[in-house]
Design a protein around this ligand. Structure first.
Ligand code: ZN
Length: 145
């Protein structure tokens, strides 16, 4: 078993806030992090969306093989993710669990085009060396390294 790759951080600022109706969920988180100069963070979010675009990564194909476009009003039952750097820019990586009116859940990798109904976020900044995403051969994913 290989040792995990990791970095150790010190706590930075903590932001609690909400996004607005009609915002693009992912893009508005990226913009917020750019505006606040957040380079590394852990984030959580709850709320509801007017629709959703979710990605699924094909492990064999080594690329996102599908985008589930859900044209439904859904609760954000859970959204967690992180903020790091890729190609010198902010990279926000989030996964969501979304529930419909029956309680049925959908989940996946959050993509642009998911529009906010209401969303409350908590972003916990982490201070230390930059955490950069670089292409990793085995998975084809831009992973920390
Ligand atoms: Zn993902």
């Amino acid at each position: 078993m290989k040792k995990p790759f990791y970095r150790q951080f010190k706590p930075g600022r903590i932001f609690m806030g909400r996004l607005h109706y009609g915002d693009d969920l992912l893009e508005s988180l990226v913009k917020f992090c750019e505006d606040k100069k957040i380079k590394c963070a852990a984030l959580w979010l709850i709320g509801a969306v007017q629709n959703a675009n979710l990605g699924y990564y094909g492990q064999k194909e080594k690329k996102y093989v599908s985008c589930a476009s859900l044209n439904k009003k859904l609760e954000i039952a859970g959204c967690s993710g992180n903020v790091s750097r890729k190609d010198g820019k902010v990279s926000v990586h989030c996964h969501v669990v979304l529930a419909d009116y029956t309680g049925r859940a959908y989940g996946g990798h959050l993509l642009s085009g998911t529009m906010v109904f209401a969303a409350e976020f908590c972003i916990r900044e982490l201070k230390g060396r930059d955490l950069n995403r670089v292409e990793e051969k085995q998975t084809g994913l831009p992973l920390w390294g």
